[in-house]
Design a protein around this ligand. Structure first.
Ligand code: URA
Length: 209
C-alpha cells in the first residue's frame, strides 16, 4: 500500500469509532469514502442513505448507479476517483415505524467537517466535484445556486478547482425530457471536471487517470 493509501486507511479506522455527533447512535456503518486515494479527482456527495448505511460504502443505491454510468460515459470508474460525502453517517428520522432520510443539520455537518478536511488534506486533489447543493455549500460557498452556478469552476481551500453538478438522486426524480437534460448535464459536468484535471496537470492526454 502506498503512503497516501496508508494514511487514508488509518484515518478511516479512526473514523469508524467516531462519536462526534448524535448520528452515531442510529448509524449501522460509518460511510467513510472509497476509491483511489491517489486520484487527482474527488467526488463529494451529501451523506449516506439507507443502502450506504447498510453497506458502509458511498453511492451504492440507485443514485450511485447513475453516478457510475455518468462516470463511465466519461471513461472513468471508481478506480479513478475517490468518492465520499460531506457527512459520514446517515441522517434519518423514524416516524410511525418508518425511517427516512433527512437533511443533516448544520451542527452535524460542522461536527463531521474535520474528517472531510483530513481526507482532502491527505489526497490533495486537483479538482473536487460536488454533487448537489449541500456539498457545494460546504465546499464552494454558502447559498450555492445550483441552477446558475453548476458547471462553473471555483477556487477553494479544498482544491484549486471545484465544480458542482446536479445530484444523481435529484436527476432520478425528474421525468421525460427534464430527466434527459439533467442526466446530460451531470455527464457534461463530470467531463468538465475530467478535462480540468488534465489541464491542471498540463498534460493534454487521456492516460492520466
Ligand atoms: N447520496 C449521497 O449524497 N451520498 C451517498 O453516498 C448516497 C446518496
Amino acid at each position: 500500500m502506498g503512503e497516501i493509501a496508508e494514511r487514508i486507511e488509518q484515518l478511516r479506522l479512526s473514523a469508524l469509532d467516531c462519536r462526534g455527533c448524535e448520528l452515531c447512535e442510529t448509524r449501522t456503518n460509518v460511510v467513510f469514502g472509497e476509491g483511489n486515494p491517489e486520484t487527482p479527482l474527488i467526488v463529494i456527495g451529501e451523506g449516506p442513505g439507507q443502502n450506504e448505511d447498510a453497506t458502509g460504502r458511498p453511492f451504492v443505491g440507485r443514485a450511485g448507479q447513475l453516478l457510475d454510468q455518468a462516470l463511465k460515459e466519461n471513461n472513468l470508474s471508481r478506480k479513478h476517483v475517490y468518492i465520499m460525502n460531506v457527512i459520514k453517517c446517515r441522517a434519518c428520522i423514524t416516524e410511525n415505524g418508518r425511517t427516512r432520510n433527512r437533511p443533516p443539520s448544520t451542527a452535524e455537518i460542522n461536527a463531521c467537517s474535520h474528517w472531510l478536511e483530513k481526507q482532502v488534506a491527505i489526497i490533495q486533489p486537483l479538482v473536487v466535484l460536488c454533487l448537489g447543493a449541500p456539498a457545494a455549500n460546504a465546499i464552494i460557498h454558502r447559498d450555492f445556486r445550483m441552477t446558475q452556478e453548476r458547471g462553473q469552476f471555483f477556487e477553494t481551500k479544498y482544491a484549486r478547482h471545484a465544480i458542482a453538478a446536479l445530484h444523481p438522486a435529484y436527476i432520478l426524480r425528474q421525468d421525460g425530457e427534464t430527466y434527459e437534460l439533467t442526466r446530460r448535464q451531470l455527464v457534461e459536468d463530470i467531463g468538465a471536471a475530467r478535462r480540468k484535471v488534465i489541464e491542471a496537470k498540463k498534460e493534454p492526454n487521456m492516460t492520466l487517470f
